[in-house]
Design a binder for this molecule. Structure first.
Ligand code: T46
Length: 143
């Protein structure tokens, strides 16, 4: 069983600190163990954009990878399932991160036209870390 699962809130949301300067707003995503920091060193950053309202992304989980998902612009809905609990979160602000721990099945949908997603990951890309079949995910949770 994934050890992170038992200690994280569900959903686990992180509010990142922003400075409201006279010429714009700066939000900081800094690695650290304090509240409001990225809880792992980032090895990969994704920017996902150009989704249509009817699109779905995700529909998978990971064996080891932890990620923070932030909606930099626009909005979307993320459905979460840890095998025993299900919930959904609307992401619509650039200072709010959703922590996707390993073995949390996640699906993103309901994208606004201007939706831009930032993904901060603690691993480099490895397709073997993905579980893309829901049945396999359930089997892994029983191990
Ligand atoms: C996640 C959610 C939140 C690469 O070539 N390199 C990469 O680093 C990644 C992540 C993907 N790809 C290729 C693999 C697929 O053919 O890009 C294609 C789309 O990837 P995927 O279907 O995994 O994209 P999403 O948006 O469903 O998922 C992504 C991340 O992959 C995933 O880790 O949790 O965002």
């Amino acid at each position: 069983m994934n050890p992170v699962k038992s200690t994280l809130k569900f959903p686990a949301l992180i509010k990142f600190p922003s400075s409201d300067t006279k010429n714009g707003v700066l939000t900081m995503f800094e690695y650290g163990k304090k509240i409001g920091q990225v809880p792992f060193p980032v090895k990969r950053t994704l920017v996902i954009r150009g989704m249509k309202a009817s699109d779905r992304r995700g529909g998978h989980t990971h064996h080891k990878t932890s990620q923070i998902l932030v909606c930099l612009s626009g909005s979307c809905t993320v459905r979460l399932d840890d095998g025993s609990r299900k919930t959904s979160v609307k992401l619509n602000r650039p200072d709010l991160g959703l922590w996707l721990a390993p073995y949390v099945w996640h699906t993103m949908s309901g994208f606004s036209d201007d939706c831009v997603l930032l993904v901060l990951a603690d691993s480099t890309y490895n397709e073997k870390d993905y579980i893309r079949e829901y049945g396999e995910f359930k089997k892994c949770l029983k191990k």
